[in-house]
Design a protein around this ligand. Structure first.
Ligand code: MN3
Length: 207
């Protein structure tokens, strides 16, 4: 991945800010990418500025190293590296909608694990609704099996040895302007925007 090391820069979205309308609005996408993600990038660069030893690490390596760093640095690296990785992953999990999966490895694995695509989506929705406060719901691969997990704040599944396939950001800034406090309506819209082709590629790589 480009721009994967210090100094980190905010790479453009793989689609226009208005490309996810009417499911996710342009203003939300602009603020989410230009303000929220940018803040994590700026903060991560600030943390790394005076720590040359960490500057050669990739984003993924920073997240994996995070838990092993001394206490104050552990949180500052973990939160900000997670904030950058999770947001990039979230944006890349989406594509202009409405989208639908092509039959393939992913649809087979989802059906095997959850019985049907609908059942998978229902469990992901429940998981995303269950996140108290801010966090994410994820489809991940762990021990060569698909799983749904949630993480609080900017914690990242990579730090737990899991390989992300899809990320659903349920921080209120991801949906509040359009959906107000209706997380459930936002999740339904997110499900219309899943970049299934990318998820298929990531699954094949992970399993
Ligand atoms: Mn966010």
């Amino acid at each position: 991945m480009e721009q994967d090391r210090y100094p980190f820069v905010n790479t453009p979205l793989p689609y226009g800010y208005d490309a996810l309308e009417p499911y996710i609005d342009e203003t939300t996408m602009r603020l989410h990418h230009n303000r929220h993600l940018q803040a994590y990038i700026d903060n991560l660069n600030t943390v790394l500025e005076e720590r040359p030893r960490l500057q050669s690490l990739t984003l993924k390596q920073l997240i994996q190293a995070g838990p092993h760093l001394p206490a104050p640095l552990r949180d500052r690296v973990g939160r900000n590296a997670g904030g950058v990785y999770n947001h990039r992953f979230y944006f890349e999990s989406l594509a202009p909608g409405p989208t639908a999966p092509e039959p393939g490895r992913l649809t087979r694995e989802l059906s095997r694990r959850w019985g049907s695509l609908d059942s998978f989506q229902a469990e992901l929705r429940q998981a995303a609704l269950s996140v108290f406060g801010s966090g994410y719901a994820w489809l991940v691969v762990g021990r060569r099996q698909l799983r749904i997990v949630t993480t609080p704040n900017q914690n990242c599944p990579l730090a737990h040895g899991l390989t992300p396939i899809l990320a659903l950001d349920v921080w209120e800034h991801a949906y509040y302007l359009k959906h107000y406090n209706d997380r459930s309506a936002y999740i339904a819209d997110w499900l219309s925007l899943v970049n299934w082709a990318r998820a298929e590629r990531l699954l094949r790589r992970a399993m």
